[in-house]
Design a protein around this ligand. Structure first.
Ligand code: CP
Length: 318
């Protein structure tokens, strides 16, 4: 189901819950704004006053390194105040509902919430229950969506590859449990990528993406032939069933990206991974650290994308 209510009737971004249903115009506006924030992020003084007086609240019910930290850095570069609620020591442990927690933080003046939760569509539920001046960003919900990751990944592809209309993109690994893959696939489709391949063991293939024009491969060598972008995924062990893979060793043997695979892809192919990386399971260290890897650029660009998203949410565009 598309999250169309994340955009108001006049086309303004109100919440960011999913890349599914997000128009090409909004995605390109986010990318173009992120380009300007990249310039700001390379200055000595990295701050701008666009969110001065606003409060951003990070509510992470699942662990995070990149998403939580880059949202905090992004908010601070925009001059917002930032609250990182420490969920394990919060009053959640006394039985407070997430909606009550959010409403109490709104009473303290929070304007933007970044919410990560293990249950799909919790950010959407919160967005349906807050006032017009409060904005919800999905920081990853179960296997459903991770829209800022999908946007920063496609922004990274644009920076290295320019023209989406000529690309072959391969997404490799645990597609079934990956919110990142779902958000990337929706964004890549909207941006006009003609060939999106998903590669992995049959047990880890999705059963909810048949409406999209994806090409399935169970063989890594065949799937990588001539691709321009190789997007590796983490095995989402926290969402997997016993027996989904025979063993990590066997998985690496069949689906781990190794030096030899780079000869099969296009010679200029870029290698991506949303992190955290499990070296020796999803990807060989030598490949993760190779010249073709743009994994750390993804992290850097994530700050600019998150600055752009938060700026668009609070903008007064009518
Ligand atoms: N890519 C990503 O979401 O990383 P974290 O879990 O560290 O935020």
């Amino acid at each position: 189901m598309k999250n169309n209510f994340q955009v108001s009737q006049n086309g303004k971004l109100k919440h960011l819950l999913s890349t599914d249903g997000l128009s090409r115009e909004i995605i390109i506006e986010i990318f173009d704004m992120a380009e300007s924030f990249l310039k700001i992020s390379s200055r000595d003084v990295k701050k701008v006053p666009l969110l001065r007086g606003k409060t951003v609240c990070n509510l992470f019910f699942e662990n995070s390194t990149r998403t939580r930290t880059t949202f905090e850095i992004a908010a601070k570069r925009l001059s917002a105040d930032v609250i990182n609620l420490d969920v394990p020591t919060s009053s959640q442990s006394k039985g407070e509902s997430i909606l009550d927690t959010v409403n109490n933080l709104i009473a303290m003046g929070a304007d933007i919430f970044v919410i990560r939760h293990g249950t799909p569509r919790i950010p959407e539920l919160i967005a349906q229950n807050v006032g017009n001046d409060v904005h919800i960003i999905n920081g990853g919900d179960g296997n459903h969506a991770h829209p800022t990751q999908g946007l920063l990944d496609t922004f990274t592809i644009r920076r290295f590859k320019k023209d989406f209309s000529e690309l072959k993109v391969a997404i490799v690994g645990d597609i079934k449990h990956s919110r990142v893959a779902r958000s990337e696939i929706c964004a890549l489709s909207t941006l006009g990528v003609p060939e999106i391949r998903i590669i992995g063991p049959e047990n880890l293939m999705p059963d909810d993406l048949d409406h999209l024009n994806l090409i399935h491969f169970n063989n890594l060598n065949r799937g990588l032939k001539n691709v321009d972008v190789i997007m590796m995924l983490r095995l989402q062990k926290e969402r997997m069933d016993d027996g989904d893979i025979p063993s990590e060793e066997e998985y690496f043997k069949q689906y781990g990206l190794k030096r030899e695979h780079l000869k099969i892809a296009h010679p200029d192919a870029i290698i991506m991974h949303p992190g955290p990386i499990n070296r020796g399971i999803e990807i060989e260290s030598e490949v993760a650290d190779s010249k073709q890897s743009v994994i750390l650029s993804q992290v850097t660009y994530g700050i600019a994308i998150r600055m752009a998203v938060m700026t668009m949410l609070v903008s007064k565009k009518v």
